[in-house]
Design a protein around this ligand. Structure first.
Ligand SMILES: [Zn+2]
Ligand SMILES: [Zn+2]
Length: 343
């Protein structure tokens, strides 16, 4: 006699942009692992990129900005117990390889292979042992679930600010003022930079000003402000959070000689529209950041717990699991800054 497998509810991706509520095998906690009952999970731009990409195969369950309650703690877990409210990130590097030793934690082969099982858009997730040790944090009572869900996105932004080598006195332009753009605005201001935001939506520009941007507006307004704040030199940094390769000529024209253009997101564009002579003669640097690291996750958790970064106004839409597809549309249409999904 066989017993039926235990299932749970999940928002299941079936390929070709299609997501529908369905059943998924319910995981359980093995040695060193945790099983969380999901309280909520943020919808990230990178989830949407995977959902709309033609090459992404289903079935799959996404979601990696997960807050949940521990309902099972596997043998040997001492740091967490049943009933703890935690936030857990999905990727963990080995800490020991050539990539890890040189600061490329997110390029570590272990990092790319590690993940929560199945993902936060489900009733339950299993947190593997390495994630329990290096990427799980007990949420203090004063922090809401929604605030705690920002640990991972904030950690990615922190890593980008590190990699861009922002210094006090710099002028930094943030392109795209969604939730990520507003996190960057705050972190860059904390790093001592004068921040300018660029976004065609005036409501988003206003929000960036409330989050510490010296000025924000459409492309023209941002370009003027950056020149003014830098005494005509141009921005030391242009951080691109959306728009793809097409943004590069504008960003280049805005960057001072010797400055940096930092791509925080991928997007459309098979080649970078930038003459080599411009790159070379103006000694420009193009850098990128993909994902976070255990060190930046820990710093992000601390910043949120200490109230140093404000995230309360960044979630504009709350949807149940069953309506994830609607959340994807809201963010793609740029109607939602950030969608938070609850089982
Ligand atoms: Zn994310
Ligand atoms: Zn490694």
């Amino acid at each position: 006699m066989t017993t039926a497998p235990v299932t749970m509810r999940a928002a299941v991706f079936h390929g070709a942009g299609r997501i529908a509520p369905g059943d998924w095998p319910r995981p359980s906690a093995g040695p060193g692992e945790l099983l969380l009952r999901v309280r909520g999970c943020g919808l990230c731009g990178s989830d949407i990129a995977k959902i709309v990409a033609a090459e992404t195969r289903g079935p799959a369950v996404f979601g990696h900005e997960v807050v949940g309650d521990v309902v099972e703690a596997g043998a040997g877990v001492t740091a967490f117990g049943v009933g703890d409210r935690v936030v857990a990130a999905h990727h963990v590097p080995c800490g020991d390889c050539h990539y890890c030793r040189r600061g490329s934690a997110s390029m570590c082969r272990t990092f790319k292979a590690s993940h929560l099982d199945p993902g936060g858009f489900a009733d339950y997730v299993r947190v593997p042992p390495a994630n329990v040790c290096h990427a799980t944090f007990r949420v203090p009572d004063h922090l809401s679930d929604e605030e705690a869900s920002f640990v991972e996105p904030l950690a990615c932004c922190l890593r980008a600010v590190d990699r861009a080598r922002v210094e006090p006195g710099d002028t930094a332009v943030v392109v795209g003022l969604g939730s990520i753009g507003c996190l960057f605005t705050q972190l860059l201001a904390r790093a001592g930079a004068a921040v300018v935001g660029a976004d065609p939506l005036s409501g988003r520009a206003a929000l960036a000003r409330e989050h510490g941007a010296r000025d924000a507006g459409d492309a023209e307004t941002a370009a003027m402000a950056a020149r003014e704040l830098s005494e005509g030199r141009g921005a030391d940094h242009v951080i691109v959070t959306g728009g793809g390769a097409d943004v590069l000529p504008w960003a280049t024209a805005l960057t001072r000689d010797g400055g940096t253009i930092h791509y925080f997101a991928g997007g459309p564009g098979d080649a970078l529209p930038l003459p080599l002579a411009t790159l070379y003669h103006h000694e420009l640097t193009i850098t990128t950041t993909y994902s976070s690291s255990p060190a930046t996750l820990a710093r992000a958790f601390w910043l949120l717990a200490a109230g140093k970064v404000e995230v309360a106004r960044l979630i504009t839409h709350r949807l149940p699991l069953e309506r994830l597809a609607e959340g994807v549309d809201l963010m793609r249409r740029r109607e939602a800054l950030k969608v938070y999904v609850t089982p």
